[in-house]
Design a protein around this ligand. Sequence first.
Ligand code: AMP
Length: 598
Amino acid sequence: MAVDSTLPSPLGPPACEKDAKALQFIEEITKNVDSVQETVLGEILSRNAETEYLKRYKLNGATDRKTFKSKIPVVTYEDLQPEIQRIANGDKSPILSAHPISEFLTSSGTSAGERKLMPTIHEELDRRQLLYSLLMPVMNLYVPGLDKGKGLYFLFVKAETKTPGGLLARPVLTSYYKSEHFKTRPYDPFNVYTSPNEAILCADSFQSMYSQMLCGLIMREEVLRVGAVFASGLLRAIHFLQINWKQLAHDITTGTLNPKVTDASIRECMSKILKPNQELAEFITKECLEENWEGIITRIWPNTKYLDVIVTGAMAQYIPTLEYYSGGLPMACTMYASSECYFGLNLKPMCKPSEVTYTIMPNMAYFEFWPHESSTSVLSRDSPPRLVDLADLEVGKEYELIITTYAGLCRYRVGDILQVTGFHNAAPQFRFIRRKNVLLSIESDKTDEAELQKAMENASVLLKEFNTSVVEYTSYADTKEIPGHYVIYWELLIKDPANAPTDAVLNQCCLQMEESLNSVYRQSRVADNSIGPLEIRVVKDGTFEELMDYAISRGASINQYKVPRCVSFTPIMELLDSRVVSKHFSPALPHWTPERRR
Ligand code: AMP
């Protein structure tokens, strides 16, 4: 789209010529939402006209919205599984996309216990890059002087695997950080990081975090913003500092790198950054020795203007802890994205977490919205639901996001529920309400009710020889300590008290539950150490009846009462915790390898 960057931006005065162009682009695209969306759909359908998928639904080369909506079904990942499996097995024919599938992006959403595989095409990297390029121009409107220092960002790559057909399968950020777009990005004074690429690109999470933290400490006075992708990642970094500050201070005193960091490229680049600095080491020791870590972020990085972390959706649980460690610094949630597609950005990134809204950029994909009313929650292929276009949404209403992407997903249900809060020009702005079917989440893991139930059933098999069964259970994502962990409350029926399950058996039940949870959970436990051992708290007989009495006293109907499978309401937690008779923790790590089980 041609952009006239000489016009003043209604978003505010740009910081530089490059920003002016980006802001003007946002203006143009948000003014012309509907025509941009029409063009995007037309482009996707014409380039993919000969794909097996569109031919199957007899689109016959049509590229208009009406024909598309009447012929193409709304689908979930499970519906596309056969096509995705064929691509993964090496079928290179144009199944979903006319452009070759360049790799699979592995989502933190799972299907049958494994990460979902999202096909992507090479040019999607450009689209992601474009969205990234809009973030700083918007931020510069609110925070001046970000070109005078650096960003301390804790960024990580994760393990990658190959599908049977030889395509890479890895998380979207791993794909991005390993791309030339990121590795050879041109110098931009507004986007200078303390972490060297070598540290970010090291797959060993300890070595990567250690060297990123060390650089952050060495450059502490230059740091103007501190961030990670999600709030949980930043808290993990603080926890890492709590555990490792002595060694870090030792490295700074001596100017030598911890021998546990063995990666040759990190060692080489750190040799240029790390010099003996007694004064800095003493300062870090003094701050970290303090019992009280309140405001530690601003104490160590005194010039930090804001935290750059997502604290919307499941991450909202971390806001109080981040406030504590940062002494109340603003938290900027800059973008909303997924493995399937990058969606949009927050045009007021310095707003309060509770007021964050994301503006979907209409050039990223073709977006449709399914009005979220519980009465219409079953989709039928015979009568396709009436999905609403991006330009036709109503303020106040909630919708489920449905996308059609350049990479070949057609009318795909992402699973996110969004509420329209207003408009920027003609572009709706959304509050992220929730992801469907997520019961427990500590960081990127998403455990649903069926997975928890299955894990519970598998673990309770171990109780059989003790003539014991689980009468009722519920769960809680405990994020008070870092790393957070799953807590499962069990009420047991012990038929033979003389042969009750021992402590060791109940510990094994914890491990058995973990073994049954999905691969994202197990990866976080094993590779990232970002989730702590699962805990079972056995509660007294009758506790769940008390829970029901409590719900009924607050207006629940006896007929319809169901035990909540996850709890977070303080009085309920207090009730449960006051009835705990024993606590048990997983004694070992569950199994996890980067390879998929299927
Ligand atoms: P993944 O497929 O692992 O990339 O995860 C993408 C999902 O993360 C999205 O569909 C959302 O549910 C969630 N997510 C991404 N960005 C945000 C955000 N800014 N706020 C809340 N949730 C988000």
